[in-house]
Ligand binder design. Structure first.
Ligand SMILES: Nc1ncnc2c1ncn2[C@@H]1O[C@H](COP(=O)(O)OP(=O)(O)OP(=O)(O)O)[C@@H](O)[C@H]1O
Ligand SMILES: [Mg+2]
Length: 506
């Protein structure tokens, strides 16, 4: 065994994240680590990486007992970790980020030489990215590649990938998998955390399932199938999965409203930091309808969605909600018209990091009458009530509404953000990659929510990177390319290949 973790226990206050967990890793394999949101996956790996200290337990590395007090200790042993959220310094280039923190290196001296060896490393395992561009300007998928190279550059023999594919589309995952297989050929071991069952089936030699801080079981490649994996993660629930390992949710026939809930006419928006702008985009979205939006990242979707929520960004054309223009309104005024929004980058854009769950749930609703006392002060009792309801309904894994949101697991933060959208009445839900980082049971729940909004006669604008998800639950799919609308597909015309072509502008 390369690593053996024995009887690992870790509690955060009253939350027992790991309850005497035994976990061993054999050399040269891709070892999947699965489990629902909050199961303890990240915590277990943070302990192995020296980021958290365990309360008790033992770790051996290549048969020797070791004490890992800090990431430096882990790196010295040859353990590298790519975290769930990027840890790169945005103002530095890829090369600077990779060299940063390597021992005994002086940044200014040997940077040229180091650049060459980084380049060589990239070529060896088939990962490529711009070395000299500030990381701030790069999309999430590339940042994850840089982090992998950084770990290798530091001499990692065991690489922990904590949800490295969250922001990757299918083809990017395939690329990453190729590189990971090259690592395996070189004798490197990989721990792979993901919620996407189809990725597990394609990549993992063995899988361990964690459940509420305990090991539920381990399963070998030869015995793996999608039903078995889902069953292991969610013993008590009966989740039906599709061919592509998505939770199966039905889209029943539904009549759409006579007039549109959202009308976009000749919309123009200036380019954001990482992409193109929006140019002359027009479409209508009706009540009783889910309009999916498909595109390759960097093609204006972020700007489109941004302009709906921040009308000051509209540079030309018009956006109407229920017939009334929203130009010139503030975000809160847009919300007051029954529009709600769940952003893609949940931590940067979605939450008050230093706030409690309660403060975050009423964020965006804080102007609503029922959350106000004397029209002026926030009525915290009402806020607490609404929050408890959200925690309950969305099965947010937490001790209570006054818990700091940043202490929740990644998936549970996402549940709070989605739940918040449904605290008040809505006529239009605008949602960007809502299922990112969610376990399959929560994905099922979110899918059902989108369908419920639609069945209730309200409208959903669903921007999503996963085409399989979009095709399962959209009534129509709009495709954006280079800031323009390339066409809208009706449900009975859905064809993955055709939509894919439109997405690349063909
Ligand atoms: N720094 C912390 N302070 C308090 N509680 C924490 C902290 N880190 C994790 N927890 C708690 O420990 C439990 C396990 O969290 P962890 O992040 O390990 O889950 P996970 O399996 O990685 O989930 P996800 O799939 O959502 O990322 C959760 O209940 C979480 O709230
Ligand atoms: Mg995690």
């Amino acid at each position: 065994m390369l690593v053996e973790m024995k009887k690992i226990r870790k509690a955060f206050g009253e939350v027992v994240a790991l309850n005497d967990v035994d976990f061993s890793i054999e050399k040269g394999r891709i070892h999947g680590l699965l489990g629902e949101n909050g199961a303890g996956k990240t915590t277990l790996m943070n302990i192995l990486y020296g980021y958290y200290q365990m309360d008790r337990g033992e770790i051996t590395f290549e048969g020797q007992p070791v004490r890992i007090h800090s990431p430096q200790d882990a790196i010295r042993l040859g353990i590298g970790m790519v975290h769930q959220l990027s840890t790169l310094v945005p103002e530095f280039t890829a090369v600077e980020n990779i060299i940063l923190g390597t021992e005994g290196q002086k940044l200014s001296f040997s940077i040229g030489g180091q650049r060459q060896s980084i380049q060589k490393l990239c070529e060896e395992i088939g990962l490529s990215f711009p070395l000299q561009v500030k990381v701030r300007e790069l999309p999430a998928g590339i940042k994850q590649k840089i982090e992998i190279i950084r770990a290798l550059y530091r001499g990692a023999r065991l690489i922990i990938l904590d949800e490295p594919t969250t922001f990757l589309v299918e083809s990017e995952f395939e690329q990453l998998l190729k590189s990971v297989k090259k690592l395996i050929d070189q004798g490197i071991t990989v721990i792979f955390i993901t919620h996407k069952i189809r990725e597990v089936l394609k990549s993992c030699d063995i899988v361990t399932v964690l459940r509420k801080g305990n090991i539920e079981g381990q399963i070998d490649r030869t015995e793996m199938d999608r039903e078995k994996l889902v069953k292991m993660m969610f013993i008590e629930k009966d989740i039906k999965v599709t061919e592509s390992a998505l939770p199966r949710v039905q889209l029943p026939p539904c009549t759409r409203s006579e007039s549109p809930v959202l009308s976009v006419r000749d919309l123009a928006v200036e380019a954001g930091e990482k992409g193109v702008g929006v140019n002359k985009v027009s479409f209508d979205l009706y009540g009783g309808e889910i309009l999916g939006v498909a595109s390759v990242s960097g093609n204006g979707v972020k700007e489109l969605v941004g302009a709906l929520i921040h009308p000051s960004r509209v540079k030309g054309g018009d956006v109407r909600v229920k017939g009334e223009s929203i130009r010139g309104l503030s975000t809160l005024e847009v919300f007051a018209r029954g529009v709600f929004f769940t952003p893609e980058e949940r931590v940067q854009e979605g939450i008050l990091t230093e706030g409690t769950i309660k403060e975050n749930v009423i964020l965006g609703h804080h102007g609503e009458k029922r959350f106000l006392r004397h029209n002026l002060f926030i009525n915290w009792e009402e806020a607490a009530k609404a929050t408890r309801k959200t925690i309950d309904e969305y099965r947010v894994y937490t001790p209570g509404e006054d818990f700091l949101i940043k202490r929740l697991s990644g998936g549970n933060i996402q549940k709070v953000i989605i739940g918040r959208a449904f605290v008040g009445p809505i006529c239009l839900l605008v949602t960007h990659n809502p299922t990112i980082g969610l376990d399959i049971s929560s994905v099922e729940f979110i899918f059902q929510k989108l369908v419920d909004v639609r069945n209730h006669g309200d409208a959903v604008l669903w921007v999503n990177d996963d085409l399989d998800e979009l095709m399962m639950l959209s009534d129509r799919i709009a495709v954006m390319h280079k800031g323009e609308l390339k066409g809208i597909f009706q449900r009975d015309q859905f064809d993955k290949y055709q939509i894919g072509l439109a997405m690349i502008g063909a």
